[in-house]
Design a protein around this ligand. Structure first.
Ligand code: CAA
Ligand code: NAD
Length: 280
């Protein structure tokens, strides 16, 4: 495997492109608009520069890593990829459309993976004629820092493809954990109900944003409170995941109306400048 195409240059796609380039791969970073790819690239550059300033990376190596990443605004560039890691928005229709196009564009050997937070890998795979080569590769945010990659097999995913993705995760400095295909896998089945409950706690007027986050930080040693974490993930993404859990697992996962209201208002958290906290 030499060339990895990352689809979506948002916070996850950018992070995945960075760790893939750091692991020595040629990376094609794709989004629907050039300005989005440029924004992703500038965050990668900022992260690498910070590592240079801290003495964790030298300047020439930074240039080599950046030189491995090429920009793309056309899915046709997937014709050059040995592996695709899709990190576009958390929406089944969007992902199914991307995968059906990739299936036509990519060479036969290309593995198609998705960084989905919650959607069924088996259903995404069904939009292709190569379900044995479709797999979930679920990185955590922020990608350059977090050690975990959940690897999720669809119903038809081959052992060979699983092994390749497991080895790649290790090469990227990550620790893979195998999970069966179920709504939210392990990570978000456990995490999102906590975040949703924190939002209900706010909605019901039980405490302030700061109090809720402080209780979980100071009382449970979480590195950040659930509401700050929701803002980091993106409230649009939190809602999409919660809806998948609600639909697949039942009423106890019902998204809090306040979460819906914030998303309707365009308050997506850190990425839009406003969520439970104000970032402007
Ligand atoms: N990109 C790259 N590096 C980053 C970063 C980012 N966005 N944010 C922080 N870092 C780096 C810093 O440069 C610093 O690096 P050094 O150790 O080299 O100095 C290190 O991370 C620690 O950062 P800070 O000192 O600035 O801040 P911190 O100690 O408070 O850590 C944090 C920040 C790592 C985000 C920490 O608060 C944390 O672990 N939060 C919880 C994150 C979490 O739970 N992620 C999972 C989200 S759920 C998910 O991803 C799945 C899903 O599908 C939704
Ligand atoms: P984001 O909103 O930061 O970025 C999404 C990017 O995808 C945007 O730049 C958008 O322009 C692009 N995009 C949308 N449709 C596209 C298409 N058809 N082709 C190419 N690019 C397209 O979102 P994110 O937080 O990076 O999340 C991306 C994926 O990763 C989602 O599936 C999400 O569930 C998953 N994920 C998110 C987190 C998190 O903490 N945010 C963690 C793990 C996994």
């Amino acid at each position: 495997m030499k060339t990895i195409m990352v689809i979506g240059s948002g916070q996850m796609g950018g992070g995945i492109a960075q760790v893939a380039a750091q692991a020595g791969y040629s990376v094609i970073l794709n989004d629907i608009k050039e300005e989005f790819v440029n924004r992703g690239l500038s965050i990668i550059e900022k992260n690498l520069r910070r590592n240079v300033e801290k003495g964790k990376l030298n300047g020439p190596d930074m240039e080599i890593i950046l030189g491995r990443i090429t920009k793309s605004v056309s899915l046709q560039d997937a014709a050059l990829a040995d592996l695709v890691i899709e990190a576009a928005v958390e929406n089944m229709k969007v992902k199914a459309q991307i995968f059906s196009q990739l299936d036509v564009i990519c060479p036969e050997h290309t593995i198609l993976s998705t960084n989905t937070s919650s959607l069924p890998i088996t259903e995404i795979a069904a939009s292709t004629k190569r379900p044995e080569k479709v797999i979930g590769m679920h990185f955590m945010n922020p990608v350059p820092v977090m050690k975990l990659v959940e690897i999720i097999r669809g119903l038809a995913t081959s052992d060979e493809v699983y092994k390749t993705i497991e080895e790649l995760s290790l090469e990227m400095g990550k620790i893979p954990v195998e999970v069966n295909d179920a709504p939210g896998f392990i990570s978000n089945r456990v995490l999102i109900p906590m975040i949703n409950e924190a939002i209900y706690t706010l909605y019901e007027g039980i405490a302030t944003v700061e109090a809720i986050d402080n209780v979980m930080k100071l009382g449970m040693n979480h590195p950040m409170g659930p509401l700050a974490l929701a803002d980091l993930i993106g409230l649009d993404t939190v809602l999409s995941i919660c809806e998948v859990l609600h639909e697949g697992l039942g009423d106890k996962y019902r998204p809090c109306p306040l979460l819906r209201k914030y998303v309707k208002a365009g308050w997506y958290g850190k990425k839009s400048g406003r969520g439970f906290y104000n970032y402007n």
